[in-house]
Design a protein around this ligand. Structure first.
Ligand code: SAM
Length: 246
């Protein structure tokens, strides 16, 4: 289903990646492979052979992701307020559903110490490449973990002030992600059937806050009423403020 495509000037890099990810290295596209990772002069790209979409390439130095960061401020970003960056600086945040890293890197850019966790090996490869190329020191220091967050959060010795969850849903109403990125995420990862379990593990760690992004009309995860809700036009943040109960 996945493979690495070797391109004329980037064979060595492609070969190393194929070895690292333990994936076959192809010199031509095959119909049997749904997703190829390949290098070009910009860095690493993902292409889906069964979707009529252009390649997915993550870049925090230029383009839409970069522009979004340049415009960001704690007061203007609802996610920054939901995680509590206006109340506490130097928050240690685990973004347990990293995706394309847009929101995690936004939080890092606004001053948080961020650990991204992502279970899709394709997304991890793209994120890793984008972080290595990133010229912004605030984002350069973002940590990336390739793991299922249920496993990671149940075994980690690290302490987090905030755990942020943005699981994928079938009827997802993420206006915030542009269409191509959303389609890639959906095709690669599908709906997060373990989202309730993820909230259980996050709450068990008793961080200062757990924040969950939900479609506006969807039930809360675990049907658990949040302590606060921050509602926007297309989605809301359910905020579990655990310090209130201690
Ligand atoms: C909707 S996307 C998140 C988008 C992200 N907030 C962003 O700004 O790019 C959901 C992502 O979470 C990942 N994911 C879902 N459940 C996970 C789990 N239990 N462990 C690790 N990653 C998970 C999926 O693979 C997918 O990439």
């Amino acid at each position: 289903m996945y493979a690495i495509l070797s391109t004329p000037h980037f064979h060595d890099q492609a070969q190393q990646l194929a070895q690292r990810l333990n994936l076959p290295l192809h010199t031509e596209k095959s119909k049997d492979v749904f997703f190829y990772l390949y290098y070009d002069e910009k860095g690493l790209n993902l292409i889906a052979t069964h979707l009529s979409l252009g390649p997915l390439h993550l870049d925090f130095n230029h383009g839409a992701l970069h522009q979004r960061l340049q415009r960001a401020s704690i007061s203007k970003e609802p996610l920054a307020r939901a995680v509590g960056l206006q109340k506490r600086s130097n928050l240690r945040i685990c973004d347990a559903t990293a995706g394309i890293g847009r929101e995690g890197c936004l939080l890092a850019f606004l001053g948080a110490e961020v650990t991204l966790v992502e279970r899709s090996s394709m997304m991890v490869a793209l994120l890793n490449d984008a972080l290595l190329r990133c010229a912004d020191p605030k984002i350069e220091h973002v940590k990336l973990i390739a793991a299922d967050s249920c496993d990671f959060l149940s075994t980690t010795k690290e302490r987090f002030d905030v755990i942020y969850l943005d699981p994928m849903f079938e009827a997802h109403s993420h206006k915030a992600l542009v269409k191509k990125e959303m389609q890639y995420l959906q095709a690669l990862t599908g709906p997060a059937v373990d989202a309730d379990a993820l909230l259980t593990v996050a709450l068990n760690l008793k961080p200062w806050r757990v924040v969950v992004k939900r479609p506006l009309k969807a039930r809360s995860l675990l049907n658990k009423k949040p302590d606060f809700c921050l509602s926007l036009a297309a989605y809301r943040f359910d905020i579990y403020a655990l310090h209130l109960k201690m």
